[in-house]
Design a protein around this ligand. Structure first.
Ligand SMILES: NC(=O)c1ccc[n+]([C@@H]2O[C@H](COP(=O)([O-])OP(=O)(O)OC[C@H]3O[C@@H](n4cnc5c(N)ncnc54)[C@H](OP(=O)(O)O)[C@@H]3O)[C@@H](O)[C@H]2O)c1
Length: 296
């Protein structure tokens, strides 16, 4: 039996599917009710109560995807760190054999971005916890249910204009299926390891947008703008959509090339192949972390 945080959300859903396919029993820790399970009763949901070892007892591996995109609803990045450290404590108390921790490429205590600094603190806490672990650091993860690319497609479908940042913004995206495979392989090992999870090709953000634009048949005119323009436009669209489409931190990380990796590619699937497959449903609905655009 393994425990996956967020098995009804994005990355955790791919990990849970992979584990079920290989015959494992899977539990999840989540804020969501059992009725939202895409796996029916095959995955049992427990509350995301970080300090509770109960649901973790008997688990071989804890796959931890828990994190926040930006401070929201009273949860800061410091809270997210404390919650994650409490979860590691619960895993130890429960006798979990191994932890596979979803981090992020370029996690660093010196990062100007709280998201990346928080991830580095969590990595250090795991390294000193005494738990056998693998730290997997994705770049940008693409797949059904993902928010960013879906919402780019949404804007390209609906708006006559799309503003690109002036910076090249290099991205080496990885498919969610490939990431799930890497996580499950990493669980099988015994050594403590840390590695980036990046796909086979590096794209400039403009190439990524053009690939999506073509696939969804958009005629939106692509313009370039500085960070203030990009943020002003996305903030305005976010007000209409009643959600945060892009934060200054996310734009900064994109412009600083933090969504790429210098490590060898570990994923095989190409971004353009997935966009082609997903084009009919991509961007049909606006997505949020709470309302993901699963096809069908
Ligand atoms: N998506 C990417 O492109 C990407 C890139 C690099 C790194 N990562 C990392 O990969 C991991 C998974 O990312 P994801 O995009 O797949 O995330 P996700 O599925 O949206 O969420 C992962 C988990 O975090 C929980 N969560 C999210 N916001 C929360 C909040 N405000 N309060 C309490 N719980 C919250 C979710 O709870 P529920 O189960 O209740 O939904 C779920 O268990 C994260 O650690 C992320 O930092 C992702």
């Amino acid at each position: 039996m393994d425990v996956v945080t967020g098995a009804f959300s994005f990355t955790g859903r791919y990990v849970a599917a992979r584990l079920l396919d290989s015959g494992r029993e899977v539990r999840t820790l989540t804020r969501r009710p059992q009725s939202e399970s895409p796996f029916g009763d095959r995955v049992r949901a427990f509350p995301l109560d970080f300090a509770d070892p109960g649901p973790l007892r008997g688990a071989d591996t804890l796959y931890n995807t828990y994190w926040i995109r930006f401070p929201d609803g009273g949860t800061s990045f410091e809270d997210a760190v404390a919650n994650t450290v409490a979860l590691f404590g619960a895993a130890r108390a429960a006798g979990v054999r191994r932890v596979v921790q979803l981090s992020v490429a370029h996690a660093s205590p010196d990062s100007p971005y709280a998201y990346f600094r928080g991830k580095a603190v969590v990595e250090a806490a795991l390294a000193s916890s005494g738990l056998s672990h693998a730290i997997v650091r994705p770049t940008l993860v693409f797949g059904d249910g993902e928010v960013l690319v879906n919402n780019i497609a949404r804007l390209l479908r609906r708006s006559p204009l799309f503003v690109l940042p002036r910076a090249a913004c290099r991205i080496r995206p990885i498919a969610a299926e490939d990431l799930a495979d890497l996580c499950v392989e990493a669980a099988a090992g015994e050594d403590d390891v840390t590695f980036d999870a990046a796909g086979p090709e590096e794209l400039a953000f403009e190439e990524l947008v053009r690939t999506v634009r073509e696939a969804v048949g958009s005629r939106a005119v692509l313009l370039r703008g500085g960070p203030r323009t990009v943020l002003a436009v996305t903030r305005g669209l976010g007000v209409v959509a009643r959600q945060t489409l892009l934060t200054p931190e996310e734009l900064g990380a994109l412009a600083d090339d933090l969504l790429t990796s210098a490590e060898p590619p570990r994923g095989a699937k190409r971004f353009a192949a997935w966009v082609q497959e997903s084009a009919p449903s991509l961007g049909r609905r606006l997505a949020t972390g709470d309302r993901r655009p699963w096809p069908g």
